[in-house]
Design a protein around this ligand. Sequence first.
Ligand code: SAM
Ligand code: SF4
Length: 329
Amino acid sequence: MIDPFGRTISYLRVSVTDRCDFRCTYCMAEDMTFLPKRDLLSLEELDRLCTVFIEKGVRKLRLTGGEPLVRKNIMHLIRELSRHLRSGALEELTLTTNGSQLARFADELADSGVRRINVSLDTLDPEKFRAITRWGNLGKVLEGINAAQAAGLKIKINAVALKGFNDGEIPNLMRWAHGRGMDLTVIETMPMGEIEADRTEQYLPLSLLRARLEQQFTLDDIPYKTGGPARYVEVRETGGRLGFITPMTHNFCESCNRVRLTCTGTLYMCLGQEDAADLRAPLRASEGNELVSVAIDEAIGRKPKGHDFIIDRRTSRPAVSRHMSVTGG
Ligand code: SAM
Ligand code: SF4
């Protein structure tokens, strides 16, 4: 699959549910309305769609959400998809999780061929953790991280940088992650979906964070890549890697290799644009995969050049109306 700008699409992110057991303040409103269950693709349909993408050249598949591990019978889907790892068609099957259910699933994930996972964690302070996630329990997440490491999974920690909330804590979070052999990636907040908080208040440009870190640490730029948009440095003092994902201050769209599928079968060609293609109708219209394959080709043919997120200071409207939990972060 090659888009109009010559970019090869080899990475599919699948939001398997828009539901979550947390309500992170930058991601969701407290009283979120979720998609009606009848609109969801079944696990079999998700498997079928992913398989079509793999046949068309997807080499890396990431399950996300919402919280992927709260979808009922998610391990069934993961086990089924792992056949593509064994056949060599898929290079990597991975997920992004809030870690709340990891203690329960770590061994099974490792047995299914999952090698690396991303765990989102913004603070190591139990009270702040509760405040930012509204419903989360830090102890359970740390337990999950222990279980995942014991099962042999490699972990990358993702933290959203929030002004006045965790910016002062990033050095600590980094020492902790690096001390346990985990990379840390910091992410700028993106204006997606209505939330209660004011995004201009939360937004912290990572250029500023980096300058502050450089007062304490020596950051060496390195060419390390994981197939994602992060730019990495190696921190001399800790020997660990730190990634920066800067959708707001630096445009990384030139090398974009991904598309995103929602749990209702909608394909978004760009996280920061509204254009989407419905794959559920062609999927359900026939038992063969011809129709859906054509619909995917048409969609890839419309992949936009890039996003143009801005946090509008005059209105509180988000740049993209859907929440991150729908498209999958
Ligand atoms: N529930 C899982 C988790 O938290 O890892 C997977 C889905 S979550 C939407 C994926 C990532 O998106 C998380 O790392 C989260 O911090 C990030 N995220 C959510 N809303 C965001 C926003 N408005 N701007 C930037 N990152 C956001
Ligand atoms: Fe749930 Fe992840 Fe969104 Fe937090 S960031 S509310 S854990 S989907």
